[in-house]
Ligand binder design. Structure first.
Ligand code: UDP
Length: 351
């Protein structure tokens, strides 16, 4: 009890010092290339980078992202396979670092079309890394995923857990993490891999939000069910969890975006390559999420309980202590209701 209080006080003290330092130090404007900056997490990160005074160049082929997510004049419609164009752009912009989001993200689709996933996610990343070497850009923050852990036997998950992806999407991220190791060893190109848990929520001002097509994620689907009255299906009510539904660690997209900015600074300040989980450390079940949606919207979420979705682990919760300790990160919007409220504001605006 005394020990845990002492630990908590130390963590609070550490965070207060980090905050004080960051408020005293003027932000050094960085020139950052963001791939996939027209997509969900990428666009929120671009917005935050610009707010914090950085110079941002976006690369996106708009296969999944939207032009309207990127501020005017910053978007370059380039496919990641175009190494020469990426090299030219990074040289012209004299980029300090890259944040690499551009990738396909649907697990189910990756099981049906593995070649597309490996080509886009792995070959695309390789082309980007090749361009970085040619342009002399030495640092990259990479969008990785909790899917690299496959179906872990215990939760919360530490970065040291075995890497054993169970689908081509997760495997494509494992392969890029491996490539990054070699590029560090051979070219001294340093990287941070951020292994995301469940990205969720939206820009608090609702300027940006989640717009996947087709939408497969729980929160936007539950909000849509409220708007349309058409029930969503809960994928399995017979898991060995307290209420029988799957548990996930929902992390607000802006907290996720902030982790990228801290990771870029860490690399530019000479930090060595590393991997970090990004989650809040708190798990919520599907039913708990539905209750949160009902509280926020003031309406019932129509739902039916269906069979399990293939490949869904019962519980995925991050241990994010490493990110907190090493990068001074802490979530600003860890409360489920805040996450849902921001997503709701965006969903209502889209009507
Ligand atoms: N889920 C659900 N019904 C849906 C969509 C998702 O029950 O229509 C569940 C899914 O099985 C998982 C959780 O909600 O346990 C979060 O799923 P999501 O697709 O949002 O993210 P994932 O965990 O797959 O990355």
């Amino acid at each position: 009890m005394g020990g845990s209080l002492h630990k908590q006080l130390r963590a609070i003290w550490h965070r207060a010092v980090m905050l004080l330092q960051s408020s005293l130090e003027p932000v050094t404007p960085r020139k950052i290339l963001v791939t996939g900056g027209a997509g969900y997490i990428g666009s929120h990160t671009v917005r935050l980078l610009l707010r914090q005074g950085h110079d941002v160049t976006v690369v996106d082929n708009l296969s999944k992202g939207y032009r309207h997510n990127v501020p005017a004049g910053r978007l370059h419609e380039i496919d990641l396979s175009d190494t020469a164009a990426l090299t030219r752009l990074m040289k012209a912009k004299q980029c300090d670092a890259v944040i690499h989001f551009a990738a396909f993200i649907a697990v189910g689709e990756s099981m049906r079309e593995p070649a597309r996933y490996f080509t886009n996610n792995v070959a695309g990343s390789l082309s980007l890394l090749d361009a970085m070497v040619q342009a002399g850009v030495k640092h990259i923050v990479f969008s990785s995923t909790a899917a690299v852990y496959g179906n872990p036997h215990t939760s919360p998950i530490l970065e040291t857990f075995p890497i054993q992806a169970v689908n081509p999407y997760g495997e494509s991220k494992v392969m890029v993490e491996t490539l990054l190791g070699w590029f560090d060893q051979i070219h001294r190109l340093t990287s941070v891999c951020l292994r995301y848990f469940n990205a969720s929520g939206a820009d608090p001002e609702a300027a940006l939000g989640e717009e996947h097509e087709p939408e497969t994620h729980l929160i936007p689907l539950a909000l849509r069910a409220v708007q349309t009255g058409k029930p969503i299906t809960i994928f399995g009510g017979d898991y060995t969890t307290p209420d029988g539904t799957c548990i996930r660690d929902y992390i607000h997209v802006n907290d996720l975006a902030q982790a990228h900015i801290l990771a870029v600074e860490y690399l530019l300040n000479g930090g060595p390559s590393d991997q970090f989980n990004v989650g809040t450390g708190a798990g919520s079940s599907v039913l708990e999420m539905i209750r949160a949606v009902e509280e926020v919207t003031g309406k019932k979420v129509p739902y039916v309980v269906g069979p399990r979705r293939e490949g869904d682990p019962p519980s995925l919760v991050a241990n994010s202590q490493k990110l907190r300790d090493r990068l001074g990160w802490s979530p600003q919007y860890a409360d489920l209701r805040t996450i849902v409220a921001h997503a709701w504001k965006f969903a209502e605006k889209q009507k």
